[in-house]
Design a protein around this ligand. Structure first.
Ligand code: SAM
Length: 227
């Protein structure tokens, strides 16, 4: 399967069944137990990013690119904290939902600035680039180009989260693949932490913070790298 195929599938998924599924998971309405577990885990990742960025004490006016922003789970609180947020996603429906949530929460539509865009087509320079739980849609052989592109946008810092490839998680994924639910329509790619760190190092980054968030059904390795 080519990268173009993967991207087309991902875009179509997040504009259709994936949109309904993930909008509910990333919301506060009623969901099933597995979805609730994933919601809890994902919120922990978002909270960790907010905690790390706030700890540095320079969020006011800081330019941040949220690549693959989904429904704005990170972009909206970042804007609330004073950062200048450029948020984008390949899915028009996810961006539409993010805009609605931003207006409802922030009562303005200037910040974040939302666009529908493939993250590998993004341009510009930002103090910080964040890309949460998007690498799961990238096969191993496409990860290096994707991370190199994000690196070219980031002046000082990059935060990246991904589902780590370990023996236990590979087995869990295999079991999940045997019982595909009706809305699990995209392929999920796990990545070895050592491979991601190597790509980041090759792009001139140094790991500053590193944590694993895991609940029963959600697992995500979060790295913060700086130059
Ligand atoms: N980062 C958000 C968060 O943590 O709340 C959303 C995570 S969601 C699992 C993955 C998102 O990545 C989806 O909204 C999807 O449309 C987006 N995505 C996947 N591939 C993308 C690409 N090449 N460019 C931009 N967005 C992409």
């Amino acid at each position: 399967m080519t990268a173009l195929d993967d991207k087309t599938i991902v875009r179509e998924y997040f504009n259709a069944t994936g949109f309904d599924r993930w909008r509910r998971i990333y919301g506060d309405g009623e969901v099933n137990k597995v979805q609730l577990d994933i919601r809890t885990g994902h919120q922990q990742t978002v909270d960790t990013v907010l905690e790390w960025l706030q700890a540095d004490g320079n969020l006011e006016g800081l330019t941040i690119c949220d690549a693959g922003c989904g429904v704005g789970s990170l972009s909206i609180p970042l804007a609330q904290l004073g950062a200048k947020v450029s948020a984008s996603d390949i899915s028009e429906k996810m961006v539409g939902e993010a805009k609605e949530r931003a207006i409802a929460t922030l009562e303005q539509s200037e910040n974040p600035v939302f666009t529908v865009q493939d993250l590998e087509a993004l341009s510009g320079k930002y103090h910080t680039v964040v890309c949460l739980d998007v690498l799961i849609h990238y096969p191993q052989d496409k990860a290096a180009d994707m991370i190199a592109h994000l690196s070219s946008l980031a002046e000082s810092r990059l935060l990246l989260s991904f589902a780590p490839k370990t023996l236990a998680y590979s087995l869990l994924k295999k079991i999940g693949d045997f019982f595909p639910g009706p809305s699990k329509a995209t392929r999920a790619y796990l990545h070895r932490e050592a491979d991601v760190v190597k790509i980041l190092t090759d792009n001139g980054w140094t790991v500053q913070r590193n944590t694993l968030t895991k609940t029963r059904f959600y697992f995500s390795r979060l790295l913060e790298v700086t130059r």
